[in-house]
Structure formats: structure tokens, C-alpha cells
Design a protein around this ligand. Structure first.
Ligand code: CP
Ligand code: NVA
Length: 306
């Protein structure tokens, strides 16, 4: 991989993504522990300003399984940008660590951290993007459908961080993607433009609309994310209203292809963006998807830290 950091999918070439996917598949086949301990002696810092289950645990487990170690830094410990400036945190941590995973509110904070760090910085979710999630998602699609090119992904819900990254990654690898959001909750305009540019190269079809049925019609993958993201809790009532027709339920899924799969980055708010029935249905691959976070992150860590 040619990049120093993993901040957004925009920076990755098709061959970078191919490299991540083939290494992740190999690591997954080989099983949990890498006997040759390729990251022995390496330490990963995990700076989190928001809660996390999957990102925190999958990165920590990935490091342990590759022979390295990790240090979790909770929000109140670091107080990124409050107790001291981000650029000072970046330069200090670079003297101790071999890599940093950061989960922030503001995307610019991760960009600044990367700019001043001499070690790789990996975006573990910002208000703008969630690249590790999207890479694991497309890896999962490839695993389940044996291909990504021409597979139709429907994203229904909030055009937020997860949607932004899914859009860019799908278009980058040649999967078709249709996004349906309520008016005012569309994905980032710049992201749509990048996705369209990628689609011009890979032949992917990108559709942005406000009609969930149109997006899900003939879809192989039906994907959603929470309606109220971390940090938006005070908008919950307004969002419940705005998104009420954008739920993944049996009726909407009846428009998809026969062997469609249901995906969700998790955590899920059952009864809001997805019904309990859909989460538990035989179409749901959400826990395989969650597992793949770790395999894909192992590949990313090996490519960036080794
Ligand atoms: N999908 C995801 O990133 O989960 P966490 O918020 O639990 O890390
Ligand atoms: N959009 C969600 C994703 C959580 C993984 C959030 O930002 O809270």
C-alpha cells in the first residue's frame, strides 16, 4: 500500500484495496494466531472520543493475534485538542507508538493527527467517514457473493459517515450502489462526486435518491446504519420522524433479489432503522460482517505498520 495513513477511501487505489482483500482472506484462512508474530514489539495506540465495541476490540485483538500490543486511550484521558493540542499529541505519541487508530467527532482532527504523526494513523470513524468499516463490508460482499463487480448494494437510511465510505468503496471496486435517504440527509456532495468519478473507471452504477423501494429493487445487498449517530442524540426526536419510511423491514426487503443479504455496521437500534425480524432473518450476515472487521484490520495493520 502506498499511503502512510488510512484516513479516507479516496486515498486508496484499486490495487491497494485488492491487496487488503487478498491479505485479509489469507489471514482469515490461516486462523487466529499468526505463529511468526509479524508485529512483535509493535504497539498500537487507540484514541477514542466516542464509545466503541467492534472497532476497539477488533483492533486490539488483531494486534494481539499478530504478536503486537495495543494501548486504549479513553476520551477523558487524552482530551484530544483540549488538554493539549492535537499536533502535540501526534508528535508525542509518534515517539512511543508504531501506529494510531483514532475515533473522533471532527474528521479534521484525524487529518491533523495524521499530518503531525510520523507513524501511520488509521481512521476508526469520524463524523465524515468510516473506511475500515466499508473495507470490511465490501470484503464481506465479496465473500458472500463471490464477486463485487455488478453486485447491487442498496443503502437505506442516513447519508452519514458509514454511507459516505460505503459509496466510495463500492464505486472504487465496481459494485453498483443505490442510496436512499430522506431529503436533507443525503451523503456528502464531494463524496458523491468522488464515487461518480470512481464509477467512471470501474463501470459501477451510482444512484442517489429519496425512494427506498427504488433503491432496494433488485438489490443483492440491503444495508443500513442507525438514524441517530453518536453525537446527534439531541436530534433523536426529529430524526425518528424524518426517517420513519426508511426502515429495513420484510415489506421493503420483498423488493430485493431472492438471495439478498442484509448488512448493518452495528450497533443496531432494532425497531428504528431495522426490524428485529430482519436482524434475525436467514438473510442477515451482520455478525460475519462484524467478524470481518478484524480480518481486514489485520491486513491493514500489516500493510501499514510492518
Ligand atoms: N461498526 C462499528 O464501528 O462499531 P463500534 O462503534 O462498536 O466500533
Ligand atoms: N453512523 C454511526 C456508525 C457507528 C458505527 C455513528 O457514527 O454513530
Amino acid at each position: 500500500m502506498k499511503v502512510k495513513d488510512l484516513i479516507t477511501i479516496k486515498d486508496l487505489s484499486i490495487s491497494d484495496i485488492d491487496e487488503i482483500f487478498s491479505l485479509a482472506a489469507k489471514l482469515k484462512r490461516e486462523g487466529k494466531i499468526s505463529k511468526d508474530e509479524p508485529l512483535k514489539g509493535k504497539t498500537l495506540g487507540l484514541i477514542f472520543q466516542k464509545p466503541s465495541l467492534r472497532t476497539k476490540v477488533s483492533f486490539a485483538a488483531a494486534m494481539a493475534q499478530l504478536g503486537g500490543t495495543s494501548i486504549f486511550l479513553a476520551p477523558e484521558e487524552v482530551k484530544l485538542g483540549e488538554r493539549e493540542e492535537i499536533k502535540d499529541v501526534a508528535r508525542t505519541l509518534s515517539r512511543y507508538l508504531d501506529g494510531i487508530v483514532a475515533r473522533t467527532f471532527k474528521h479534521e482532527d484525524i487529518v491533523e493527527l495524521a499530518e503531525y504523526s510520523t507513524v501511520p494513523v488509521i481512521n476508526g470513524l469520524s463524523d465524515f467517514s468510516h473506511p475500515c468499516q466499508a473495507l470490511a463490508d465490501l470484503f464481506t460482499v465479496k465473500e458472500k457473493k463471490d464477486k463485487v463487480k455488478g453486485v447491487k448494494i442498496a443503502f437505506v437510511g442516513d447519508g452519514n459517515n458509514v454511507c459516505n465510505s460505503l459509496l466510495m468503496t463500492s464505486a472504487r471496486v465496481g459494485a453498483d450502489i443505490a442510496v436512499a435517504t430522506p431529503k436533507g440527509y443525503e451523503p456528502d456532495k464531494e463524496v458523491v462526486k468522488i464515487a461518480m468519478d470512481f464509477a467512471g473507471v470501474t463501470g459501477s452504477k451510482v444512484v442517489i435518491c429519496t425512494d427506498p423501494e427504488k433503491a432496494v429493487a433488485g438489490a443483492d445487498v440491503v444495508y443500513t446504519d442507525v438514524w441517530t449517530s453518536m453525537g446527534q442524540e439531541n436530534e433523536k426526536a426529529k430524526r425518528l420522524k424524518a426517517f420513519k419510511d426508511f426502515q429495513i423491514n420484510a415489506r421493503l426487503c420483498s423488493k430485493a433479489n431472492k438471495d439478498f443479504i442484509i448488512m448493518h455496521c452495528l450497533p443496531a437500534h432494532r425497531g428504528e432503522e431495522i426490524t428485529d425480524e430482519c436482524m434475525e432473518s436467514s438473510h442477515s450476515v451482520v455478525f460475519d460482517q462484524a467478524e470481518n472487521r478484524m480480518h481486514v484490520e489485520k491486513a491493514i495493520l500489516l500493510l501499514l505498520l510492518k
